[in-house]
Design a binder for this molecule. Sequence first.
Ligand code: XLS
Ligand code: NI
Ligand code: NI
Length: 458
Amino acid sequence: MEKSTGTQHKINLKHNSMALLGDRTYFKGIGQIAYEGRESDNPLAYKYYNPEHVVAGKTMRQHFKFAMAYWHTLCGTGGDPFGPGTKKFPWAQATDPFRAAEEKADAAFEFLTKIGFDYYCFHDFDLIDEADTLAQSEKRIQKIVAYLKQKQEASGVKLLWGTSNCFSNPRYMNGAATNPNFDVVARAGAQVKIALDATMELNGENYVFWGGREGYMSLLNTNMKLEQDNMGRFLNMAKDYARGQGFKGTFFIEPKPMEPTKHQYDFDAATSINTIREYGLQDDFKLNIEVNHATLAQHTFQHELQVAANAGMLGSIDANRGDYQNGWDTDQFPNNVYEVTEAMLVLLKAGGLQGGGINFDAKTRRNSTDLEDIFLAHIGGADTFAKALLAADAVLRSSAYEDLLEKRYASFKEGPGANFVAGKLSFSDLYTYAQQHGEPDQISGKQELFENILNQYT
Ligand code: XLS
Ligand code: NI
Ligand code: NI
């Protein structure tokens, strides 16, 4: 395939924005994005993400399983509460819903092939506009799924996960599975069934539940116990249905504390793990951790990963970043190597993701209006993760980090500490031991040393 250079694509992009309908190549001046190494000045090349490079026993391609988010990359035109979209995507001009959906799919697979990602993720109505009735909507989904199936076969691109948008349509203004009206709960069930069918038809490897409006705006008008129990019933029914149809993949809950609701039930990783366990879903469900959702919950990304890993539920990642000054879900592409390196330490020590991958749930800014910007954003995100993975691997292999950590907990390795860990001591034993040993030594936590080591390797 043609290889891009900085100047070449600029000329062709002009042509791109004027692409005629029915002309099914959208990113005209852009070829296959290749790994060119850190010395390359080509903006349309990977500097760190080398898919075949082996790190800690796996290729980068296997570690990450990078995915494109259909909603941001193909559907999001940049609208915000103060103004409409700014991006006139050439694949979003057709008025016929099927034609528009096919053109969007063509753009999706052209992008995926050129960027070199093996996976994509979608909500049902990212693929095609919702129709007036449930029956018509189902027909639409089935038709576009058949088209996507051909595209998957032709390209080798796979579906990382599917999900259902049960939060945009006004019928879900009071929630979907947690709606106070059973009719809406049933309607959500029907929609999720159709989305599960679509995911299975496309050999989706996982299925995600993000409960955008599963929560409340005011506790005053909310029966929280009934709503949460209903959500538990709903998730079990969805799981039983999919398993009955032979679905072998993993279900993920994606925590988020708020937005659009004031309080979302799957607030953070710890809360969602409780949901999973309380409703008996632990054999089938894991977590999909999103960076910007972690920070909205006043946690770091790496904290959420660690909580999930501790429970054996580190399933997948929605990669993005928030803004240190603005409070909302800004969904920017990741670029902070130091922070992502901390996350990659957790990931490597946990043995990787269980079933999932790294989905860029991120969008270019409203004023990033060139088609090229979509490529630049994904290249930057992939390079950030690649650079961080290399750094984390080097920290674990070559630095004093692991030894320092081990030393910090050495008192639990032998003697009475080891007996405590083995459950062989009583509370009276602690009392007697403390009586005999006097005031414990003061031992530094060495935080700055740990931080310096990370800095040295990023
Ligand atoms: C929104 C969520 C959403 C999920 C999928 O904040 O991140 O995009 O990933 O419904
Ligand atoms: Ni999000
Ligand atoms: Ni997400």
